[in-house]
Design a protein around this ligand. Structure first.
Ligand SMILES: [Fe+2]
Ligand SMILES: [Fe+2]
Length: 164
């Protein structure tokens, strides 16, 4: 029987309207891809600098919530460790480039090239996560509460974004 308390908790959760974990992570991927496309299309140094800052912040938050919440949940639910191990290493490679991009600015030697290579690394990594039989597909088949995980990812994302 639903007591008033459980009812209010349910409706509170509904108003938060956090997407499920896979939707949230895929939305992040699409957002960053859009910014990489815009970066590719512009010749304005100021716009490139702004886009690169947005991309770097978004990727730092995204990789952190995956590493803190999503990957461990996948491991605990029996998704093959190899997948998350490889993803961890790819994240580390991306973070090195992100640090270099953030330390530089448009016009610096190799700065554009670093953003370009970061976009290629992320494209590859996102494919590994999203492809058929990839990590997200396995997570969907595993015994995971994707709604609850989505709420956790959303909350942590907001917390980290506020700090950036
Ligand atoms: Fe991801
Ligand atoms: Fe990832």
């Amino acid at each position: 029987m639903a007591t008033p308390q459980t009812q209010s908790r349910k409706s509170a959760r509904k108003t938060e309207a956090a997407p499920d974990a896979i939707t949230l992570l895929k939305n992040d991927h699409r957002e960053v891809e859009g910014w990489f496309d815009e970066f590719e299309e512009t010749n304005s140094g100021a716009k490139k600098g702004k886009l690169a800052r947005q991309i770097c912040i978004a990727l730092k938050v995204h990789t952190q919530i995956e590493e803190e919440i999503f990957y461990p949940a996948c491991r605990a639910a029996g998704v093959e460790d190899d997948m998350m191990d490889e993803a961890d290493v790819e994240h580390d490679g991306a973070k090195k480039l992100i640090d270099e991009i953030e330390a530089g600015k448009p016009g610096d030697d190799h700065w554009d090239a670093r953003v370009k290579v970061l976009s290629e690394m992320i494209k590859h990594h996102v494919k590994e996560e999203e492809q058929r039989d990839g990590m997200f597909a396995k997570a969907k088949k595993a015994d995971l509460d994707l709604e609850e995980l989505g709420a956790q990812l959303q909350a942590r994302k907001e917390e980290l974004m506020a700090r950036m």
